[in-house]
Design a protein around this ligand. Structure first.
Ligand code: AMP
Length: 284
């Protein structure tokens, strides 16, 4: 795997790749590589594209200074993990590469806003779209891979590509989950044993209620789930909502729904979503 430490190294390497007419697939990450990230890289490799992973912990998408400072980081291990699956190249952009005009973000996408994570983490998605656009600009990929785990982010990025008419195919990749059914997240590396147990118990209740939600979506079921999560030690729930995939709205009688959740265990934020549309499809 080629390690690229700055934009010049990146440019020189990509010139060679393009000479061979190979399409480039970008996999942006913030590192602490886990099975979820690796599944994105593997999808890119399977398609025979040049797999270009990036690791950059983007300061402008953190709404909380201590969350940024405590974000897990292990460069050596990340290189090892990506090498193991034969990722072609790993780019570590510098702050100057990403923010040549200083650390500020722009509000570019107005869709899917004021709901879910945008309501609870104002400015977060401006940081995300700013850094992803910067990555698109300097790597000029043909393809880019993003996880459905961050579903609202995926919708905003699809809009970013559409709005700017970028010639990039966005690949939405399914969530890779822990044994307990919750999607892997880099932040989980900071969990204590006790907090892991809380996550396991929370997962158990989520899956129990998913069965009910597949038959019927009611606020009674969601309130019951909220109560159960707080009882097992979740200390703050940002949202627990059922929304459709297309617009992320509450519209009823829609084909594809998901349960979207965001809550805290200790000071670690857990976000995830779970498809519910099997029952809706059966109804037709
Ligand atoms: P992050 O490093 O958390 O910014 O994530 C980088 C990319 O990996 C994003 O597109 C995420 O949606 C995706 N991702 C993170 N966790 C998972 C997971 N458990 N399964 C699939 N994709 C994931």
């Amino acid at each position: 795997m080629k390690i690229l430490r700055n934009k010049i190294e990146l440019d020189n390497h990509l010139v060679e790749i393009r000479k061979n007419d190979q399409e480039i697939g970008l996999i942006p990450t913030m590192g602490s590589i886990h099975k979820g990230h690796k599944s994105l890289v593997e999808k890119c490799i399977e398609a025979n594209f040049f797999s270009l992973a990036t690791i950059y912990i983007n300061p402008t998408q953190f709404d909380n200074k201590s969350d940024f400072e405590n974000y897990p980081c292990d460069e050596k291990k990340d290189i090892f993990e990506l090498e193991k699956i034969q990722c072609d190249a790993l780019f570590f952009p510098s702050k100057e590469d990403m923010y040549p005009n200083g650390l500020k973000s722009q509000k570019e996408i107005l869709d899917y806003r004021d709901i879910l994570c945008d309501k609870f983490r104002p400015g977060h998605f401006d940081g995300v779209t700013t850094v992803v656009k910067a990555l698109f600009d300097i790597t000029r990929p043909d393809h880019a891979y993003f996880g459905e785990k961050d579903f609202q982010q995926l919708k905003l990025i699809e809009k970013l590509v559409q709005q700017n008419a970028l010639p990039i195919v966005i690949h939405a990749c399914p969530s890779i989950r822990l044994k307990n059914g919750i999607s892997y997240s880099s932040r989980f590396k900071n969990f204590s044993t006790h907090e892991k147990k809380i996550l396991d118990n929370a997962a158990k209740f989520i899956y129990e209620h998913l069965i009910e939600l597949k038959h019927n979506v009611t606020s009674i079921i969601l309130d019951k789930l909220k109560k159960n999560l707080l009882e097992v030690g979740v200390n703050k729930i940002d949202y627990l909502e059922v929304r459709n995939e297309k617009e992320l709205s509450f519209a009823s009688l829609y084909e594809k729904y998901r349960l979207f959740v965001a809550f805290y265990i200790g000071n670690i934020r857990v976000i995830d979503n779970f498809a519910l549309h099997y029952k809706v499809k059966n109804k037709k």
